[in-house]
Design a protein around this ligand. Structure first.
Ligand code: NAP
Length: 252
């Protein structure tokens, strides 16, 4: 039996990077957690253990949230373990392998859009079914992951990724207006150059080293610094913020 008075936060892609940092901060802030990952069970279990040590109940769910079945699996486990929900962070995202668009494979483009756009939207849709006051929920918050790629465009590397994040900005604007009168605030953070595995996974392991000098603050950012912004948007201190995209870019 879990404690009904504790808020529950669901985070996709929580085994590494920004998702993992957000999970640990949310645990410290008193949330119980539904944590999703794709493949890296060991890293996911380590994050879950850290959250548990901070007092959180944790449901850990392996699922590919780039598919509708994967999204359903995450929410089925959330319903089974907690049966309540207060915050959703559709964080799982990929860039695909860096290249000019003409050289990118159809699979790279499709997989990126499936996860970053369709999967994120379906995750929010399932979250709303449980959080909207008109659907019997108790209200809540959604924080999505946009990117500085939206206004930079990522030419020569990840134009399809930039497009996927542009879609998130439009979605946050519309949905923020659609549901904020029904108890749920929808916002996003737009991180800049953040120290996670995503750059190496996209085939550019020295990307941070090459570009961090161009950041006005003078360095790349950490996953913790993005997590702080996510926790702020989730919190009651952000109670009058809806449909907004907060840049977390060191001024980039
Ligand atoms: P990351 O370090 O590469 O971690 C990615 C996370 O997503 C991992 O937990 C991974 O799980 C999970 N994941 C990948 N594919 C998945 C799938 N199909 N289903 C479920 N989980 C999946 O990424 P990050 O840098 O923290 O990025 C997090 C979010 O921030 C993304 O949406 C990204 O676009 C956005 N962002 C990042 C930056 C940056 O500079 N880092 C900048 C702007 C925006 P496994 O461990 O199991 O593989």
């Amino acid at each position: 039996m879990t404690d009904e008075t504790r808020p529950v936060c669901l985070i996709t892609g929580a085994s590494r990077g920004i998702g993992a940092a957000t999970a640990i901060k949310a645990a410290g802030a008193g949330y119980d957690l539904v944590l999703n990952y794709a493949e890296n069970a060991e890293a996911a279990q380590s994050v879950a253990a850290d959250c548990h040590a901070l007092g959180a109940e944790v449901a850990l769910v392996q699922a590919d949230v780039g598919t509708a079945a994967g999204v359903q699996k995450v929410f089925a486990e959330s319903d089974r373990v907690f049966g309540r929900l207060d915050a959703v962070i559709p964080n799982a995202g990929i860039t695909g392998t860096a290249s000019a668009l003409v050289d990118a494979s159809i699979e790279t483009i499709q997989h990126t859009i499936d996860l970053n756009v369709t999967g994120a939207i379906l995750t929010v849709q399932e979250g709303l079914k449980r959080m909207l006051i008109s659907k019997g929920g108790r209200g809540g918050s959604v924080v999505m992951l946009s990117s500085a790629a939206v206004w930079i465009g990522s030419p020569d590397n990840f134009t399809w990724y930039a497009a996927s994040k542009g879609a998130i900005d439009s979605f946050v604007l519309g949905l923020g207006r659609e549901v904020s009168g029904d108890g749920v605030r929808v916002n996003a953070v737009a991180p800049g150059l953040i120290e996670t595995d995503i750059h190496a996974s996209g085939g550019l392991p020295d990307r941070l080293q090459k570009l961090s000098g161009s950041v006005p603050i003078g360095r790349s950012g950490t996953a913790d610094e993005v997590a702080d912004a996510i926790l702020y948007l989730m919190s009651d201190e952000a109670r009058y913020i809806a449909g907004a995209v907060l840049r977390v870019t060191g001024g980039r």
